[in-house]
Design a binder for this molecule. Structure first.
Ligand SMILES: O=C(O)C(=O)Cc1ccccc1
Length: 315
């Protein structure tokens, strides 16, 4: 049977665009839309599909909570790929609706957060509602007796559900991008390509001064560059955190492997999430960053910055 891939659906989500990037040759029937991020994880875990794609983080809004919660606490899966997709938001409604008629707007929480400026200027009195995806919002608007007047979604979703555009390019940042990850069941890791990322979750052993520095030092002393660091509550109790880390390199490389061993020694637990090719990077056009010593100018700039924030200024 040909491979099948789950994604955050329904048809027309940004996640579907990400899956098309990651598996360009997959036929239409290979793409399996799921309602919600957790359902994508479950479809991969159960073996109903061969892999799945979910949003991980956005350049404006940060981490996608549902995805990170599954990666941190759910039954383990491996991240075996990633892709970044530019996200452009439009406002779509049923034919005949004009902007003044729009009182209830639905979309995904990340889309809502990125269109707040436009909404407050153009629809200050509209109620906003969050649903499982931008395309789920568009589909809901298209249904008879729809509970919403308009959806914030991709053009492809608006068109897919027979809506018409009331406005386009309504995101507060025109250059917003979202990073999506490809999930596989534990098994074989993708081989090193020379431009890879390694993702993990570090659970600090006990709350003590320098606990995070001990973790970060494992990378620093081995010259491994970090590309993402996010603290998340473990869920155990208030004040209990773990750290989600992306580092340049592949676990098959000595310095990355040794950094992971070091972290394993200083942490209560480490969850290895995977090593996978980095989106849009090649060894030729973007060699991995090497640590550089701070210059006198760096020290002077930092001193001036400290003086400014001590004086209550913000950059
Ligand atoms: O709802 C979608 O279309 C998604 O794929 C999730 C999402 C929502 C907003 C920005 C990026 C991804």
């Amino acid at each position: 049977m040909p491979n099948r891939y789950a994604y955050l659906g329904p048809e027309g989500t940004f996640t579907e665009a990400a899956l098309r990037n990651l598996r360009p040759d997959a036929p239409d029937e290979a793409r399996v839309p799921c309602e919600g991020v957790a359902a994508v994880f479950d479809a991969v875990r159960s073996g109903a599909v061969d892999g799945g794609v979910v949003p991980l983080e956005n350049s404006v809004e940060g981490g996608v909570t549902a995805t990170i919660a599954e990666l941190v606490n759910g039954d383990p899966l491996l991240v075996t790929g990633e892709t970044a997709v530019p996200v452009e938001f439009s406002l779509f409604a049923r034919g005949g609706t004009v902007l003044e008629d729009v009182k209830r707007v639905a979309t995904h929480p990340h889309a809502l957060a990125q269109c707040r400026g436009w909404l407050s200027r153009n629809l200050p009195d509209a109620d906003t509602h969050t649903v499982s995806s931008t395309a789920a919002a568009a589909r809901a608007v298209s249904e008879p007796g729809a509970p919403y007047d308009a959806a914030i979604c991709a053009v492809i979703a608006g068109e897919r559900y027979g809506l018409h555009a009331l406005a386009s390019g309504i995101g507060d940042r025109s250059d917003a991008a979202t990073r999506f990850i490809y999930l596989s069941r534990p098994g074989v890791l993708p081989g090193p390509t020379g431009a890879d990322l390694t993702s993990l979750v570090a659970f600090i052993a006990d709350d003590h001064p320098g606990a995070l520095i001990e973790v970060l030092n494992q990378f620093a002393v081995r010259g491994v560059n970090l590309t993402r660091l996010e603290s998340r509550p473990t869920g155990d109790r208030l004040g209990s955190y773990c750290f989600c880390i992306d580092a340049e390199g592949h676990v098959a490389e000595a310095r990355v492997g040794e950094a992971l061993m070091g972290i394993r020694r200083v942490c209560r637990d480490v969850r290895f999430l995977g090593s996978y090719p980095r989106s849009g990077r090649t060894t030729e056009n973007d060699p991995p960053l090497r640590p550089r010593p701070a210059t006198d100018a760096d020290f002077a700039e930092a001193e001036q910055w400290l003086a400014r924030i001590r004086a209550g200024q913000v950059d």
